[in-house]
Design a protein around this ligand. Sequence first.
Ligand SMILES: [Cu+2]
Length: 326
Amino acid sequence: MMMVILVGVTVLLIAISVAQILKIAELNAISKGSNVYEISDKENKLQGTLMMVFLLFYFGFFAWQYYKWGDLMLPVSASEHGVGIDKLMNITWLLIIPVFIITHILLFWFAYKYAYKKNNKAEYFSHSNKLELIWTLVPSLALTVLILYGLNNWNKIMTPVNPEEEHVLLEVVGQQFSWGARYAGKDGKLGRAHVNYIEGTNFMGIDASDKNADDDVVVKGEFHIPVNVPVQFVFRSNDIIHSAYMPHFRAQMNCVPGMKTQFNFVPTITTKEMKKITNNENFEYILLCNKICGAAHYNMQMNIVVESKEDYEKWLASQKTFKENI
Ligand SMILES: [Cu+2]
C-alpha cells in the first residue's frame, strides 16, 4: 500500500516539474520577443479526428461492459412491488440511454467538425426563448413522470400492512457485523427491546419482563418467510447505521441506532422456484448490509428462505421462543 502511495506521489511530482519547465520555456520565449508557438490547422484537425476515435472507443467500451458483465444483473423480481420498480428502472434506461448516445455523438462530432480554422467565424446570438423553453420543459416533464411513478411505488412499500390483514411481523436488527431477526410469535406483538438490555445471548436487547416478548422467536444465520403473504419489516441497529438490502426483492432500508424504520413487501417466488429460474442449484436469497460500516461490512449477511406457508409454519414452530431460550 505504502509503495503505491509513494509511486503515485512520485508520478505527480514529475508531472508538476514537467509542467513548470514548459511554463518557464514559454515565458522565456516571450521575454526574448519571439512569437508564441502557433497551433496549425493540421494539428487542430488531428485533435478533432482523435476525438472521433475516442467516441468510437467509448461506445465500444460501453457495449463491451454490457456483454462482459450483463449476466451479473439481478434475476426477475421476487416481490410484488419489485415488478413496478423494475419497470421504473427500465423506463429510466430507455430515457437516458438515447440521451447519453445523442449528447456524446454531438459533443465529439462538434469538436471534430468545428475544430479551429483561421478563417472560421462563429455565429453569435445571445438569447433564444425557444431553446430555453425546450431544454427546460422536456427534462421537467420526463422527471415529473419518473418521480410520480416512483412515489407511487414508494408509497406501496412504506404504507404499513393493515394489522387486521394476514401478515408476518418481522424485526431485523443489524450490528457490526451480523444480522438477527425476530418474529412476533403467536400474539402478533414484538416484545419491548432496548440497547440497555443487551447482554450475553440477548443481542437484540429484548426486555424479559415484557409478556409480549415471551413467544418472540429470535434467529441468526437465516430467516424464513412464506410466499404470497405480506411481510411487515421493522429495522433497528445496535451500534451504527447499517442498511438492510434485499436485492432480489428490490428492497432496502437504513437501520438507524435509536429509532425504528420499516417497510413491507410480498414475496412472490419461493427459493426452490428461483433456483429453477436462475438455473442455479446454489441460489439463495440474501440480506446484505449496504452501508459501509467497518472492516467486515462485506461479510455482513443473512440468508432468506422463501417457502410455502405450510413449510414456513413448520419451520417457525421448530424454533425456540425467547422464553424457552433463557
Ligand atoms: Cu453494516
